[in-house]
Design a binder for this molecule. Sequence first.
Ligand code: NAG
Ligand code: NAG
Ligand code: NAG
Ligand code: NAG
Length: 317
Amino acid sequence: MEMAKHTQLFFPLLLLSVFLVGSSMAATENVIRDNVLEWVKNDTHRFLNAVIRVGHLNRTVEFYKECFGMQLLIQKDFPEKKYSKAIVGFGPQESHFVLELIYIYGVEKYEVGTAWAHFGIAAQDIYPIVEKVRQLGGVVTREPGATAGGPQVYAFVQDPNGYTFELLQQGPTPQPLNHFQFEVIDLNRSVSFYEKALGMNLLLRYDSPQDQYTIAMVGYGTDRTQTVFIELKYNYNVTKYTAGNAYVHAAIGTSDVYKSAAAVALVTQELGGKIVRPPGPNPVTHTKTTSFLDPDGRKTVLVDNEDYLKEIKNNGQ
Ligand SMILES: *[C@@H]1O[C@H](CO)[C@@H](O)[C@H](O)[C@H]1NC(C)=O
Ligand SMILES: *[C@@H]1O[C@H](CO)[C@@H](O)[C@H](O)[C@H]1NC(C)=O
Ligand SMILES: *[C@@H]1O[C@H](CO)[C@@H](O)[C@H](O)[C@H]1NC(C)=O
Ligand SMILES: *[C@@H]1O[C@H](CO)[C@@H](O)[C@H](O)[C@H]1NC(C)=O
């Protein structure tokens, strides 16, 4: 009958149109996906700060000033919230990667954990720094010098909180606080994550079979002696680390926290990790941020570049 014939024809047409709409939606999703990931590479990123908890604020500030030559940029007490903070660095927050130290009233000891490894400081002569560290009660865990056959002079020291600093002897750099190191379980996954989610570049990768580790340095720009980078370290056959409670997070600037969060969300679907704070303004400061955990559970906060500058100005008043 007329009706039946119609239905027979209609159904395949319906199927075809469902298929077409479906595939164009998938295509649209791919375009959005490619665009947001492409956008990440164009974004204006900058390492802003790393936040750590310390048991003795003034002593730590003095130690970083005296030993490393950092400046105290801000110190503030929040008695009603029972904590104090200090911001220290090698130059103003507007242009430098800095450390934010948090002292919580009454808490004098933290566990650094095994997952967080060290901060790196570049200096033209590390020998006097090592001597100062020794004089002021720090611990020298590796005396300054080069590895046999290698040109790089370096040392490892610990501050009174137990935080390790690698001291690297090199020429001048605009960012003397130049890296921090994390241990990771799957190096390729971590490199991919930081490339895709945060638009970083792989600056250097090397394997050290005699010491049983592989290192990958990721950051912005191309010259690791002139910028800040994250050193991701894979220790052969180590699959577990302790997080500790001393290191808090690192903050990175972005021109758009909403787009950045969309990119991070996409990358976490593929590589792991998760958004822990959806993008939006802080109710008090109005600074727009979003934060997430990487595949190893390490926290990064993305901060709107312009809001960050405004916040610095307001703090300075
Ligand atoms: C990224 O920047 C390039 C060069 O400025 C531009 O052609 C491209 O459209 C940008 N892509 C996105 C997704 O913003
Ligand atoms: C720590 O330093 C600040 C600023 O220099 C000072 O006001 C404060 O009294 C010091 N606190 C202690 C416990 O020494
Ligand atoms: C990890 O990446 C390196 C360098 O790109 C590559 O040589 C290696 O095969 C990769 N390893 C795995 C397990 O995929
Ligand atoms: C340790 O890891 C290395 C490289 O990842 C691998 O070649 C080796 O077989 C592993 N050894 C053990 C005991 O699992």
